[in-house]
Ligand binder design. Structure first.
Ligand code: ZN
Length: 73
């Protein structure tokens, strides 16, 4: 599924306002800090925190790594 990279660049986590990671394999946008995965359906991200899926600590760590790679940190 294609999601406009410019769109994901402008999206932030609704809770912490931090950067989020686009996981194309699972069609989710992930906030490693809040440990939440926001589902994307029909190219529309569902950024409602109450409907996001919680991540395990391990998953959150993996996504945090990806985030630092994207940002070149
Ligand atoms: Zn967050």
């Amino acid at each position: 599924m294609a999601l406009d990279p410019r769109l994901t660049a402008t999206l932030v986590c609704p809770l912490c306002k931090g950067a989020i990671v686009w996981d194309a394999d699972n069609s989710v946008l992930v906030c490693p800090r809040c440990k939440l995965a926001f589902e994307v359906k029909d190219n529309i991200p569902n950024m409602i925190a109450e409907e996001a899926k919680p991540l395990s600590d391990e998953q959150a760590r993996e996504y945090a790594k990806r985030l630092s790679m994207v940002r070149g940190a």
